[in-house]
Write a protein that binds this ligand. Structure first.
Ligand code: HSE
Length: 409
């Protein structure tokens, strides 16, 4: 019998207990030995709940119990998760986590401690919810050189943008619904400002490129500035707006960013709707590999955590090697990338057409009935730095969004 402990009995923690209870027979068959949740740590009490009798408030009870071989950390946030996880690894326990803040901030250090102690620090659920993507990058795709990762990595924002475009909902209504459904982080700022997707692309890029991608260096924009008028303009272009996270290597230079993009209906990411995530991994020889599935939610995320518990249980006392050096990868600024932009301009097209053409030459003009006092343009591909100089010369520019599919990558 392998005893485990769960730190945190929130959405994912309760999902972990539920999945283990529900699937104990098949899990036991797959490990070859039974697992049992010996403790659940939470500050709160849960009278009448299934975990009432195994609930502890003192982390040291778990740390000091040698019977506990695997600890599941699903508290979220960096502290006290980091302190608890580090202590568990140093005490010879393996740790499985869904906590992307923890992994993005301290991943390489915790992997190193696990390696030195012959145990494991596993974090499949930290990116893409139920989608297996960490393990494939660490094993199935290791024969090739990964050149690019691009995808929709945040279920909450994808759900919000989908509802805004299919239901005509305003941003706030869609956000409340996402929170109600348990997709959003405790602090929704992490989702809607792109911070969650930023940590996830930093994790995937670190694993793909082998060196640490410091998430604080990743250019990050969220979706709070997207309006229903932008959604209408996108629809007029047979496109949708998606929050994309990407990183790529070109001529020995590495780029990473998170930002909303206008994605055409012919692009595979256009069809990724609701809480679903999708991730493209491009390799030199494998071409594109795409991963798709539920990117958030209690049970999908819990299943990914429990799958890590199964792996940890199958590798007790044996480290599964993960290549993630503590040395930082140098990222090149996104101002050097070339792409087209959708730009909104307040004012009459007739009055501003010459100014627009003077800056960008041959642009595409779009007018929609929902924006009677303005219009939009799509620029030809242009270096981002020079794009910003050009729009400063056009009166009435209110906002812009990058167009997917025109990047130099
Ligand atoms: N808030 C996250 C999301 C949860 O919406 O994708 C899963 O990481």
């Amino acid at each position: 019998m392998i005893k485990i402990a769960v730190l945190g009995y929130g959405t994912v923690g309760s999902g972990v207990v539920e999945v283990i209870d529900k699937n104990i027979d098949s899990i036991t068959r797959r490990i070859g030995e039974e697992i049992e949740v010996k403790y659940v740590l939470d500050l709160r009490d849960f009278p009448g709940d299934r975990v009432e009798s195994i609930l502890v408030h003192d982390f040291d009870v778990i740390l000091n119990d040698p019977e506990v071989r695997i600890v599941v950390e699903v508290m979220g946030g960096v502290e006290p998760a980091y302190t608890f996880v580090k202590k568990c690894l140093l005490a010879g326990k393996s740790v499985c986590t869904s906590n992307k803040e923890l992994v993005a901030s301290h991943g390489p250090e915790l992997i190193k401690i696990a390696r030195e102690g012959n145990n494991n620090f596993l974090f499949e659920a930290s990116v893409g919810g139920a989608i297996p993507v960490i393990r494939p990058i660490n094993s199935s795709l290791t024969a090739d050189r990964i050149l690019e990762i691009k995808g929709i990595l945040n279920g909450t924002t994808n759900y919000i943008l989908t509802q805004m475009s299919t239901q005509g909902w305003e941003f706030e209504d869609a956000l409340h619904k996402a929170q109600e459904l348990g997709y959003a982080e405790r602090n929704p700022e992490a989702d809607i400002e792109g911070y969650d997707a930023c940590r996830k692309i930093a994790i995937l890029s670190s694993l793909a490129f082998g060196h640490n991608v410091d998430y604080t260096k990743v250019h990050t924009e969220g979706i709070t500035g997207i309006t229903s008028t932008d959604i209408c303009y996108a629809a007029a272009m047979d496109s949708a707006i998606k929050l994309l996270a990407s990183s790529y290597c070109e001529d020995g230079r590495y780029y990473a960013m998170v930002a909303p993009f206008v994605v055409h209906s012919s692009h595979p990411l256009y069809a990724v709707s609701g809480v679903y995530n999708a991730i493209f991994v491009k390799g030199t020889d494998i071409g594109d590999v795409m991963f798709y599935g539920s990117g958030a939610g209690k049970l999908p995320t819990a299943c990914a955590v429990v799958a890590d518990v199964v792996d940890a249980a199958k590798h007790l006392g044996r480290h599964i090697y993960t290549s993630w050096s503590q040395e930082d990868l140098t990222l090149t600024g996104i101002d050097d990338a070339t792409r087209s932009f959708y730009v909104r301009i307040a004012g009459k097209r007739e009055a501003l057409e010459d100014a627009v053409r003077k800056e960008f030459g041959d642009v595409k003009f779009i007018s929609i009935k929902e924006d009677p006092d303005g219009f939009a343009i799509v620029t030809p591909p242009v270096i981002e730095r020079s794009f910003k100089e050009h729009i400063a010369n056009i009166p009435g520019v209110t906002s812009y969004i990058r167009m997917e599919g025109s990047s130099a990558s």
